[in-house]
Design a protein around this ligand. Structure first.
Ligand SMILES: [Zn+2]
Length: 375
């Protein structure tokens, strides 16, 4: 079936029947059941020596923090142990293009969750992983197509990159985008395009030894059209990608406001004890309430502005952010209002909304000439 517009449509394709990728992974998908990896030449099996290398075996709430600093450029990040063999790699300060990643260590292979925006940041992430385990990278999950989560894919070759089907489509279509008209330019490094190599549309399970890493799509547009979360049910750890910003302003310009609110209910349904957001510090499920409160405010402002005939930029200028003012990248308010007001206008307006115009007004709101980027 035809794929929806990568940004504007809220319809998602149906689950596929079956497909095989490469010679390493054989995947079968049934419409009524999770996708499972039935066989792999890279089997992730138990290995006591690696488990010893991983070190302490804390409870879910007993996180272990290792400070990581490398220069140049200045990269401040910490590895946070969120379960026996699961980690978050948290980059400070979580603003534009400074994302979080994660990794789950199996007996003879590591599953990475996302890469980073610049060559230096992804190399620093991979170095941090290598300080904890010498096991090879067996798979990489992309939580969505945005460059801060996918630009570094090429540094993980030949490990397979796993994503939502639409993520692969968009990454291939968009290529490596440096966003020169939108953002101050960081040192991107020598980025090379590497799109996902294994895709799914509803569910997939990965295994790191005895640890199951469940991959779930949201079933509808939320932060993007192609959001994926990684859920470790035994450990109670949920890697959310950019469905969750912690300490940063939520950003749904390329997704849906209502879809993002709906996705929060899906996230709550996992019953996570530990939430690894796409940006910001590791947190707990209370963060879902904070995001819903912000997005509800967006809907309220958009509804009033729409009735008053205001533009998203004018509406944003009248917003009293209150305790949301402490969130980073507050200019996302404008982009979020663009999306909310387009959704009020209906499917056609929503589909035809100009992302470029929205970003232009975000720059104006910020004070220009470009949006800040410290990546
Ligand atoms: Zn994103």
């Amino acid at each position: 079936m035809a794929l929806p517009h990568p940004i504007c449509s809220r319809s998602l394709p149906q689950s596929c029947d079956s497909f095989t990728v490469g010679n390493a992974w054989t995947l079968l998908t049934r419409p009524d059941a999770p996708t499972e990896i039935l066989e792999t030449t890279h089997g992730l099996r138990s290995n006591a020596s690696l488990n010893n290398r991983v070190g302490a075996q804390p409870s879910h709430s007993d996180t272990k923090v290792t400070q990581m600093t490398s220069q140049p450029p200045t990269i401040n990040a910490e590895v946070v142990q969120v379960a026996d063999n699961a980690y978050a790699y948290v980059q400070d300060d979580g603003s534009w293009f400074i994302n979080n990643t994660g990794f789950v260590i199996g007996p003879d292979g590591v599953i990475l969750i996302d890469t980073s925006s610049t060559e230096a940041r992804t190399r620093a992430f991979l170095d941090a992983v290598a300080e904890i385990t010498d096991a090879p990278i067996h798979a990489v999950v992309n939580t969505h197509h945005h460059g801060d989560h996918t630009h570094g894919n090429y540094l993980t070759a030949p490990a397979p990159i796993i994503s939502h089907r639409l993520c692969k489509d968009i990454v291939e279509k968009a290529g490596i985008d440096h966003y020169p008209t939108a953002f101050e330019q960081p040192n991107w490094g020598n980025l090379e395009l590497r799109a996902p190599t294994i895709t799914f549309k509803t569910r997939m399970d990965l295994w790191a030894g005895d640890t199951i890493v469940e991959l779930h799509t949201m079933g509808d547009v939320a932060h993007t059209t192609n959001d994926v979360v990684a859920w470790l049910p035994t450990e109670g750890v949920l890697y959310t990608g950019d469905l969750v910003f912690h300490g940063g302003t939520p950003f749904v310009l390329m997704g849906s406001v209502q879809g993002s609110i709906d996705a929060l209910d899906v996230l709550r349904g996992f019953g996570a004890e530990t939430v690894v957001p796409g940006h910001g510090k590791v947190t707990g499920p209370q963060v879902f309430d904070d995001i819903e409160r912000y997005l509800s405010m967006i809907l309220d402002v958009a509804t009033a502005a729409h009735s008053a005939g205001k533009t998203p930029l004018d509406a944003a200028r009248g917003v009293e952010l209150g305790d949301f003012a402490s969130l980073t990248d507050s200019e996302r308010l404008v982009g979020n209002l663009y999306r909310a007001m387009a959704e009020i206008d209906g499917p056609e307006a929503n589909a035809n909304m100009s992302i470029a115009a929205a970003i232009g007004d975000m720059i104006t709101f910020h004070g220009g000439p470009l949006l800040p980027c410290s990546a």
